[in-house]
Design a protein around this ligand. Structure first.
Ligand SMILES: [Zn+2]
Length: 716
């Protein structure tokens, strides 16, 4: 007769048959629900007797608790498979719960003693050694833990843990926050706003307007976890207000000078004010630290004709932003380095793309800035209008809204956002199919369905949340003007927020299924079909759930690239060119190691980007371009004609010890950056700026992302 139980932690406890009965009873109530009755209970009594006999036969003085549970599953299976499975799940759940709890403690201690590398390097823009950032990261770990054990159903968590899908931003899932947005600055500046319970009226000068914009940016960033975009055309009216004020001032002085001289004085003073205002913006955005432990992830929209009545003033602001970006910003070592924020989005249009067009001079300035600072990135007004009918910026990094019209049938873009992302690991479906194409389509459908459920959860999680949770967003104009007690879903529905399903690794998927890269005819046909099937599947979801505006998104996968790769390797082993590289290729991109000309790359990728309605961005990798502005202008023209959104990448590094400015070496053993001039390998004294995703990042990345960065070949 067994007398003692060995618990998981090794301690001993007397054997108690009532505990077994209790656990089966709980599983049975769960399984049968209301129909659980006396008859079932008598069967369970019989089963418990069998279990006790089974244990007795083993004739052990003490027995591990896991062995007992195995016996329970086995005996239950003899007369009720459904109940047996239910008990098994219950047991698995308890085990996940136990493991998560110790994982939480390990994760938090790992943050504090700097051994939790995964979390410490996950976001290239967070300085994880700072005490303020550590508080944000700790909160993130708690959020992950509670989401995992209490909020997200086990089958979705399991798919995430397997790496079939990735539920992004679990570190913010616990809060009622969403991802990213286009800030409705126009409304906030023109009609006033409230910041930290202080009323901010319509500003009377550009200088004040710009200061308010940076305060808004910081507040918005603290209430969300993704990026935001502000548009210069919304600030342009304040250039005119300042101009009118300066003109009035000079006219009242009645100076004994000519009209031309008077105009010169006015122009000079206005220019000075624009310069000051833009400088304020740049320094504020680069030095602010939000409650998320980082600078606001902010993009600036530079679309000359967005507000035609303020075209001239918008151009003046764009010009100054570009000039200051070219001039650069000194880093902590006093060396001019590439600024990571704000990201600049320059719109190529019929009035600025080709030589001879009205604002071509401004585009030349943009190209000069791109050549030096990897910014601005470009958006083709022509391609956007062809595909969507309108041109509008992405929200921060790359997430694009779909066109949405309000009750007056007018399209609205600003004051809208995206609720969150769940990505599908395409190579997972491919490898699971074993190369059987029919099976692949079925599996792809299943993974998309899992992602759909995650997106639906994100929406439902915001039900009943009141506007007062983030006044700047919901009450004071960044998104809406609700009352404090209104439900935020009202604004989310009325303003057509999107939810996004992302995808990664089209290259690996096509390579595995066809043996070809998608730059070949056969490979491309499958690649395009996968994109089309995903877009159409999301379209069908929308028919059943019109309130969820599903958008297909080329996942930026900062750290996801290595994460997906590791998961695939664990499940399917090492497969040449698929799981042996350490990274998974970004969205629909062509293999980063494939030798291909920049123009051809954009041609092929543009045909895939068009399906990615929730956003995506193509890269061109080049050698440092400082002396080749002409080449950038040619690339701009090609981008204007072919692709919605593209970026030019090159290396741009500075050594803090010897002040060398150029390209750092990388030690293949440790993946550490090394200065080729003085040999400095102190990572804290090197500024290595690379395109991480849509944003630029500096020096620290996860291993998978570093491998991706190091293996990129040049296209020009
Ligand atoms: Zn050096």
């Amino acid at each position: 007769m067994t007398k003692m139980i060995i618990k998981r932690d090794g301690r001993m406890k007397p054997f108690d048959v009532q505990r077994i009965r209790g656990a089966i009873d709980a599983a049975a109530k769960d399984y049968y629900g209301a129909s659980y009755c006396f008859l079932d209970r008598s069967l369970i009594n019989l089963c418990v007797r069998n279990i006790v006999n089974h244990i007795d036969i083993l004739d052990m003085d003490s027995i591990p608790v896991e062995t007992i549970q195995d016996i329970v599953v086995e005996e239950l299976r003899r007369f009720d498979i459904g109940l047996s499975n239910c008990y098994s799940n219950y047991r698995e759940q308890r085990s996940i719960y136990r493991n998560s709890k110790s994982e939480l403690i390990d994760a938090v201690s790992g943050l504090l003693d700097f051994t939790n590398e995964e979390v410490l390097t996950e976001n290239a823009n967070k300085q994880s050694q700072l005490v303020s950032t550590q508080r944000d990261l700790m909160a993130g770990e708690v959020s992950k833990y509670i989401s995992r054990t209490k909020l997200i159903p086990p089958h979705l968590m399991k798919a995430h843990d397997n790496g079939e899908i990735k539920i992004h931003d679990l570190d913010y899932y616990l809060n009622s926050a969403y991802n990213c947005e286009l800030v409705n600055l126009d409304d906030m500046l023109q009609n006033g706003t409230v910041i930290n319970k202080k009323m901010i009226e319509k500003p009377k000068s550009l200088r004040t307007a710009m200061t308010i914009v940076t305060q808004i940016a910081a507040q918005v960033a603290s209430c969300t976890y993704g990026g935001q975009t502000v548009s210069l055309s919304h600030i342009a009216p304040f250039v005119r207000i300042s101009q009118e004020r300066i003109t009035k001032k000079y006219k009242e002085m009645n100076l004994p000078i000519s009209d031309e001289r008077l105009q010169e004085l006015i122009d000079k003073e206005l220019k000075d004010e624009i310069k000051d205002a833009v400088q304020t913006f740049n320094y504020q955005v680069s030095t602010l630290m939000t409650t998320n432990g980082q600078s606001p992830f902010i993009s600036v929209c530079m679309y000359i004709s967005e507000k035609p009545e303020y075209e001239k003033e918008t151009v003046m602001l764009i010009e100054e932003f570009l000039k200051q970006r070219i001039a650069g910003m000194k880093n902590e070592y006093g060396v001019i380095a590439t600024q990571t924020f704000p990201k600049l989005l320059y719109f190529l249009d019929e009035n600025n793309t080709y030589p001879g067009s009205e604002y071509y001079w401004l585009t030349k300035l943009a190209a000069q800035s791109t050549a030096l600072r990897m910014n601005p990135d470009v958006i083709s007004v022509k391609k956007m209008k062809e595909l969507h009918g309108y041109a509008f910026p992405p929200m921060g990094c790359r997430a694009f809204l779909s066109v949405f019209k309000n009750e007056n049938n007018e399209p609205i873009f600003y004051g809208r956002g995206n609720l969150g992302v769940c990505s599908v690991n395409l190579p997972y479906a491919a490898l699971e199919s074993g190369g059987d194409l029919d099976k692949f389509w079925t599996l792809l459908g299943e993974k998309l369905e899992l992602a759909r459920q995650v997106c639906e959860l994100r929406y439902e999680k915001l039900r009943g949340v009141k506007a007062s949770i983030a006044p700047i967003l919901w009450q004071h104009g960044a998104i809406a003007r609700l009352n404090p007690d209104d439900d935020i879903l009202k604004a989310i529905d009325e303003r057509g927020f999107t939810v996004t399903i992302g995808y990664s690794g089209l290259y690996e998927t096509v390579k595995y299924l066809t043996g070809q890269s998608h730059t070949t005819k056969e490979g491309f046909e499958l690649a395009e079909k996968i994109m089309r099937v995903m877009r159409d599947t999301l379209g069908n979801y929308k028919i059943n759930q019109p309130h969820l505006r599903f958008a297909l998104y080329g996942t930026p996968q900062e750290s996801t690239t290595g994460w997906f790769s590791d998961k695939l390797k664990k499940r399917f082993g090492e497969i040449e060119d698929i799981t042996d590289k350490g990274w998974i290729t970004n969205s629909y991109h062509i293999d980063i190691r494939e030798e291909i000309d920049a123009f051809e790359k954009l041609n092929i990728e543009s045909k895939l980007q068009r399906y990615s309605t929730g956003g995506a961005v193509s890269y061109v990798e080049t050698n440092p371009m400082a002396d080749n502005v002409e080449a950038i202008l040619k690339l701009y023209e090609h981008m204007y004609e072919t692709i919605i959104y593209a970026e030019i990448n090159f290396e741009s590094d500075v050594c803090g010890v010897c002040k060398y400015s150029g390209v750092m070496d990388n030690d293949p053993e440790t993946l550490d950056w090394v200065c080729p001039v003085c040999g400095n390998r102190d990572q804290t004294k090197l500024s290595v700026v690379r395109r991480t995703c849509g944003y630029l990042g500096e020096t620290t990345w996860t291993k998978g992302r570093k491998l991706d960065i190091l293996n990129r070949v040049k296209h020009l």
